[in-house]
Design a protein around this ligand. Structure first.
Ligand SMILES: C[S@@+](CC[C@H](N)C(=O)[O-])C[C@H]1O[C@@H](n2cnc3c(N)ncnc32)[C@H](O)[C@@H]1O
Length: 214
């Protein structure tokens, strides 16, 4: 939860970074009007950050786990150079009617392939090595996503995991049935000890862990 000072600072930041294109503004509004749990969408600050990461890393192939309304997918694709491709996976087939038209009509439609299905089932059989993965699916499965993605990532490739501070709940002792907090905490502990990768956590929004395969 943001307090009043955080909100003022966020307003200040948003006034001093690149604007969100009109198309993304409209998608963000439509997400809030028509979908359950609209807070899952990345939004202005994280969206610009994702685009900037893509511009810095210069990946040819990006994997995204968890498309939802398509907001982060469009931002990631915006950063891609000509010939680059984002492969984005959404497990919830009820999401397709909303998301597919938003992706297909977007200015970066030619850089996005949208798949409906479980990334854990579909990605291992793809004949693609990814240079960047954005992991934003089920918080209980982060370690499974991580191992699956690491096997499909180029050496020196990056994995960005979203929500790794889980609104600060990582500091608490989770209730027995709070499987999302338990999942995120296990993931953070797992990554902290993994010598195959370099890692930092950015306290942006809900926490972003940036992981580099050595
Ligand atoms: C937090 S939302 C994604 C938000 C989006 N990346 C953004 O930033 O705008 C998480 C999404 O992941 C989907 N998801 C969960 N498990 C998945 C899996 N195994 N494969 C693909 N999608 C999954 C959920 O249905 C949900 O729509």
């Amino acid at each position: 939860m943001m307090n009043a000072d955080d909100e003022l600072l966020e307003t200040y930041i948003l006034a001093h970074i690149d604007e969100e294109e009109e198309y993304l503004q409209a998608l963000y509004r439509d997400t809030h009007v028509k979908l359950m749990r609209p807070r899952m969408a990345s939004g202005h600050l994280q969206g610009r950050m994702l685009k900037m990461f893509v511009e810095m890393i210069r990946p040819k192939q990006i994997l995204e786990i968890g498309t939802y309304s398509g907001y982060s997918a469009i931002c990631l694709a915006e950063g891609l150079k000509e010939g680059g491709m984002l492969h984005t996976f959404e497990i919830n087939d009820e999401q397709e009617d909303f998301t597919r038209p938003w992706l297909e009509k977007s200015p970066v439609a030619n850089k996005i392939k949208f798949y409906i299905g479980d990334a854990l089932e579909l990605v291992p059989s793809m004949n693609i090595i990814f240079d960047l993965a954005f992991v934003d699916g089920d918080k209980r499965k982060y370690i499974e996503y991580y191992e699956m993605v690491l096997a499909k990532l180029s050496d020196g490739g990056y994995l960005i995991a979203d929500n790794t501070l889980w609104d600060g709940h990582v500091l608490e002792k989770p209730r027995n049935n709070d499987y999302q907090t338990i999942g995120i905490k296990k993931f953070n502990d797992y990554i902290a000890l993994d010598r195959r990768v370099e890692k930092v956590i950015l306290p942006l929004r809900d926490g972003l862990t940036i992981i580099r395969k050595k």
